[in-house]
Structure formats: C-alpha cells, structure tokens
Design a protein around this ligand. Structure first.
Ligand SMILES: Cc1ncc(COP(=O)(O)O)c(C=O)c1O
Length: 390
C-alpha cells in the first residue's frame, strides 16, 4: 500500500527541496541508509571479513528480493557495481564474428552503442537499428522483417535515458523467442517505476541500476540472466569466484548467474540495494507504477499549457521521465535556475542518445522525473516555477 505520510517521513530530504531527479539518482529512503550504515559499523567493529560472515544470511536474501521484484529465480541474478557493468557482462559474453548482426533501437543509450561500434570494428559484425512506429516506439513489425540467420542478438532499452518513451519490451520478447534470437534488455530506467516480469517479457538478459527509480545507493546494479541462457554463455572475463580453479590446468565456471560477479564486493552498498528492493516490494510495484504515471501525466499537462514549452516524450503511454524544451532558453539555464530554488531536475544531452537526437534534431533537453514520493502539490509547484522562469 502506498502510504504517502510514511513514505515522506522515510525520506526527510523530500521536504527540504523539490526533488524531481529520480531518473538521475533518487533520494534513498531511510532504511537504505540504515542498512548501509549497519554494515559499515560492523566492518568498523570486526573488519570486512567477519562482518560478511555475520551478515551472510542477510546478504543472501538480497538475491531473493531482486528475484521477487522481477519474477526471476535467485540463481538467475548477479549483483554488480552499476547497470553498465551488468550490461557489459551480458553483451561481451557473446562472441561475434564477421557478418553477424546486432539489432538495437533508435533510442539506444550511448554506453551500449559504443560497445556495438567497438565489437563491429573488431569483428566485422554489423549494427541494425530497428525503425520506430509513427508514435516513436520501437516497431515490432519492422523488427520481425529484419530478422534473418545473421541476427545474433537483439539488444534494446525498455525506457531510454532521454524521455518517457516505453518500448514494447514484451512484444520484442515474443519475437525474439519465436526466432530463437538472444534478447538483452536494458531496463535501467524502468526498474523501480514499471512493474517487471522477466517471464512475461521473455528476455534472456535484463540489466538495472540501484540509484535511479529503485532508490538504492550509487555504485549498485544487477543482471538477470535466464537459466537456459546461463548454459549457453560464458563471461568474457572471469575470476576464481566466477570460475573456481580446480586443478593447475582447469577451472569450472559457476552454474548460476553469479558467474558474472567477482570475489570482492562492496557489501554495505549491497545491503543498501537489498533494503531499497525490499522497500519497493513493500509498497508494491503496481501502486508505484500507477502513481508515477499519474504524477508524470499531471506534469505533462501542466507544462503543455505553458507558452513556449515543447514536450518531447515519445510513445502512446509515456512513463515518469518528462523531457521538454523552452523556446529561446537553454536546458542548462533552466536546470540552474531550478537549482537556485532548491528544485532538483536534470538535463539530457544529445550525445547520450545520438541516433534519436540526430533523427529528431534534439537540443539538450530538460529532464524531470517525478517518483511516487512526490506530491501533486510539488508537481504544480514545478509548473508554477516554469511559468515564472520562462
Ligand atoms: C537507458 C540507460 N541505460 C543504462 C544506463 C547506465 O546506468 P549506470 O550509470 O548505472 O551504469 C543509464 C544511465 O543513465 C540509462 O539511462
């Protein structure tokens, strides 16, 4: 149940400012900070090794919590340092060769696209970009037409970094499964604001970060790898945790998703991530998603009524990332003016989503991302601020 009074009291900083930056790095609720401090204090008291020994059980439940959040099995989860590391672990586990094709989306994130370019330049694989529907979502029919024996991977984002677009992740999954093509889904901006069910989506890999809509600590992320895919892929890089050294000439890769982890980890940050996931689960993703959509649509309506404002979110049902420009006013200027009023918002640069920004001739965008802890009044206050500043 979404109890705003409790949620706000768990997030005291929400009353000290107008925080609309959850697509960047959100405000963690108190239990997240408490879990991290608890672990740090224990490390301070007994050292890192004994601290882990004492918190072994608590650490193990983080995998179950994440699994529950996305309808996976704990053995299908790896906890890593951020979404990019999770994505790289999945992507670089494929061995591409000349003529192979990687299909991606128009709204692809810079970190992922440069990895395609690197692999393309190294191996002779090629990159195909799936066209959009007129509404700006990835077009599943176009994807289906692009599939042939050369396609080795479909790799898209669910929600891009630069706006409210929600790509049809589950339709892509159905097509990928029907054609037997591996499917990597970047869900970095989706997890924590949209209910996720990896079985329904049908992806082989899904990547997420802790600090955004999940409200976890920085430097945390996770990778989901479907059990059947685990048997078919080996990490590009391994250590003796991912692959125990059994004899001088032999190692054996772990049979769970933790083959994508390393031996050493930040267990305080992991404790924070676990607390963030548990906090999200206790509220419930259905309630969170509903509220995120309500607040974002209220914000879009308010902004749309202002002269000189253009909203740039694509798709038929945009999520809680609201992107816009103001005539004759640079995004950075608005972000700065907001910051002076203790309003935390961000911007999105064309270089983060170069294909989309080039196709739509987008300048830097103002990016505002409400979350369930925001109030209707705060949304209205932000619209009032915009009306004053533009
Ligand atoms: C769509 C998308 N994918 C991936 C990432 C990378 O996430 P991280 O910074 O946790 O590695 C981001 C970050 O903004 C993103 O917006």
């Amino acid at each position: 149940m979404l109890n705003l009074t409790t949620i706000r009291s768990d997030t005291p900083a929400a009353d000290q400012q107008l925080f609309l930056l959850s697509a960047g790095s959100s405000l963690p609720p108190r239990p997240v900070t408490a879990a991290m401090l608890d672990h740090l204090r224990l490390e301070e008291a007994v050292g890192g090794y004994d601290a882990l020994e004492q918190r072994q059980e608590q650490q193990a439940t983080i995998y179950s919590s994440i699994a529950r959040l996305i309808n996976a099995q704990p053995a299908e989860i790896a906890i890593v340092g951020n979404a990019t590391l999770a994505w790289q672990a999945a992507f670089y586990s494929f061995r591409f060769s000349a003529g192979d094709r990687i299909l991606t989306c128009q709204s692809e994130y810079a970190a992922n696209y440069v990895a395609y370019l690197q692999v393309a330049q190294r191996t002779g694989a090629t990159i195909g970009v799936i066209p959009n529907t007129p509404e700006g979502e990835l077009d599943p029919a176009a994807l289906e037409r692009m599939l042939d024996d050369q396609v080795k991977l479909i790799s898209i984002n669910w929600v891009p970094t630069n706006g409210g677009l929600v790509n049809p992740a589950a339709e892509v999954g159905r097509i990928a499964r029907a054609h037997g093509v591996p499917y990597l889904l970047d869900a970095c901006q989706a997890v924590g604001q949209i209910a996720v069910d990896v079985v329904e989506i049908g992806c082989d890999f899904l990547t997420a970060t802790g600090r955004k809509f999940l409200r976890g600590p920085r430097g945390t992320g996770f990778l989901y790898c479907r059990r059947e895919m685990l048997e078919r892929c080996e990490p590009a890089m391994i250590d003796h945790f991912a692959a125990p050294w059994l004899a001088p000439d032999r190692y054996q890769v772990r049979d769970d998703a933790r083959r994508f982890e390393t031996w050493e980890n930040n267990y305080a940050a992991r404790a924070g991530l676990g607390a963030a996931v548990d906090y999200t689960l206790a509220i419930g993703m259905e309630a969170i998603e509903g509220r995120c959509r309500e607040l974002a649509s209220r914000l879009r309506q308010g902004l749309a009524a202002l002269r000189g404002v253009t909203i740039h979110d694509l798709g038929h049902a945009p999520c809680a990332i609201v992107s816009f420009t103001v005539d004759n006013m640079e995004a950075q200027k608005i972000v700065k003016a907001a910051s002076e009023q203790k309003i935390r918002i961000g911007s999105s640069q064309p270089s983060s989503t170069l294909l989309d920004a080039t196709a739509r001739r987008l300048p830097p965008l103002v990016r505002v991302s409400p979350h369930y802890f925001n109030t209707e009044q705060e949304i209205d206050n932000f619209v009032t601020f915009c009306a004053r500043v533009i």
